[in-house]
Write a protein that binds this ligand. Structure first.
Ligand code: NDP
Length: 430
């Protein structure tokens, strides 16, 4: 940690992981010397991304790929385009990804990448040029057996398609297994866009079942209104729940009668905000604060990191919330998690709860390798199994190493660590 003292997100995550794996190391002292290696990314690639805007000016951003750990398979993790992208954020996300990917039971290592660009401020033509410039540098570091990036915030299937297009042009042959989250016409898996949101809801259903509850009739707040959030909302409604609140980077909406997700999707698709959506509804209230301060049974933070701090966590407990599951990466701060735990709120950590996206990405890699296309039903069935098994792994490790089967956060960390540590030990000191 002394090497990069300013990387606060990464350090906080490493500390949380070290706390979780203490009891694992007591039982498996042979994994102790894996820990130091595990905290150091295998490779970090940082590069210039020059591009020309529509006015003809040359602009420059910074691109990254953090290849964190490849003990279980090729590095796998998304690309994020956002102004907040820096090495601290990407090392934190990459570190999380290593254990999340292990928890899916698939043979994939962990990585993360992106660039410090705000894609919302670029025209489509500028964004394509940006993706092509980004891919030009990235191309020599990725490949189906090396590193398989996908989308993340600000990088949807359109952008993955453009990045893959430039990659294919540079390498001179088809290698659809080198990227996942591609448009369907380029070999993107059925249900990949839906996978993270659906998977978060499948995981939540397993958590609720342990409390003899379910989503049928539940009031659910889903923050964000992007890829993960909108698909989580669809699945909540299909499961009999009501989405009573949502948000975006400009504000939040409370709608006790239920959010009209089709209308929200349409408004967001046209570049509007949740406030624009609320303007079309008679019973929707807008606010500039958190979406999670109204009454709800279940909270699914699906927007971004650190959305739920201590104050919002106290509001959730006070409002009688039963369960929180992280659709986003790191949306609940450590202090807030403690408040939820003390308040008896079931907690699904992102490492397990949002693993559905990367789980289906691994299925996309399998389809590419076998030149197959699986139906949405088949992928959905496998996704449900992946989420259920991730839940079981986290719960079993929570019980075994932390004496509490509901401590899914420590359980997910312990279970992910065990799989990676076993592989790293088998590979020797490399
Ligand atoms: P998107 O870019 O599609 O959507 C993000 C949403 O969050 C947008 O609606 C955005 O608002 C909103 N948002 C951003 N900042 C805030 C904020 N401070 N308060 C409230 N809302 C905010 O991203 P994704 O849906 O793909 O990803 C969301 C999260 O899920 C991220 O943490 C990502 O790392 C994680 N994740 C994503 C996976 C995937 O498969 N996509 C896989 C696993 C994790 P606006 O619309 O105004 O921009």
């Amino acid at each position: 940690l002394r090497r990069d003292p300013h990387q606060a997100f990464f350090h906080a995550d490493v500390r949380a992981m070290l706390r979780s794996i203490g009891p694992v190391l007591t039982e498996h002292p042979e994994y102790t010397d894996v820990v130091g290696r595990l905290c150091e990314p295998e490779r970090i690639i940082a590069f210039r991304v020059p591009w020309t805007d529509d006015a003809g000016h040359v602009r420059v951003n910074r691109g990254f790929r953090v290849q964190f750990n490849s003990a279980l398979g090729p590095y796998k993790g998304g690309l994020r385009f956002a102004p907040t992208v820096d090495l601290d954020v990407l090392k934190f996300l990459g570190f999380e990804q290593v254990f999340k990917n292990a928890l899916t039971g698939q043979d994939i290592g962990g990585g993360k990448g992106g660039a410090d660009v705000d894609p919302k401020t670029l025209s489509p033509a500028e964004l394509m040029r940006f993706c092509q410039s980004f891919a030009t540098e990235l191309a020599s570091h990725v490949g189906a057996a090396v590193d398989v990036p996908a989308g993340d915030m600000g990088v949807g299937s359109r952008e993955v398609g453009w990045i893959y297009g430039q990659y294919q042009r540079l390498i001179g042959y088809h290698e659809p297994g080198a990227f996942t989250g591609k448009p369907a016409v380029l070999g993107g898996s059925a249900l990949r866009p839906e996978a993270t949101g659906y998977g978060t809801v499948y995981f939540t259903q397993r958590m609720l079942a342990e409390q003899s509850r379910d989503l049928d009739g539940a009031r659910v707040i889903v923050s964000g209104s992007g890829n993960v959030a909108l698909h989580a909302m669809d699945k909540v409604i299909a499961s009999g729940g009501t989405v009573v609140g949502c948000s975006d980077s400009r504000g939040s909406v409370a709608e006790p009668d239920g959010v009209d997700v089709d209308l929200l999707r349409e408004v967001k698709g046209q570049g509007g905000s949740v406030a624009d959506y609320a303007g079309k509804r008679s019973n929707a209230q807008t606010s500039e604060g958190s979406a999670f301060t109204q009454e709800c049974d279940v909270a699914l933070p699906c927007a971004t990191q650190n959305e739920i701090g201590p104050e919002v966590a106290r509001a959730l407990v006070g409002n009688g919330c039963w369960a929180v599951a992280e659709g986003a990466n790191g949306p609940v701060t450590p202090e807030a998690r403690e408040i939820l735990r003390e308040g008896g709120v079931a907690f699904g950590p992102g490492k397990a709860a949002n693993a559905g996206g990367v789980g289906v990405s691994a299925l996309e890699m399998q389809q590419a390798a076998g030149r197959e296309r699986w139906s949405a039903e088949e992928v959905d069935e496998r996704l449900a199994t992946i989420m259920s098994e991730a839940y079981d792994r986290a719960r079993d490790a929570a019980e075994r190493y932390h004496g509490d089967p509901t401590d899914l956060e420590n359980g997910a960390n312990a279970a992910g660590f065990l799989r990676v540590a076993e592989a790293m030990t088998a590979l020797g000191v490399v």
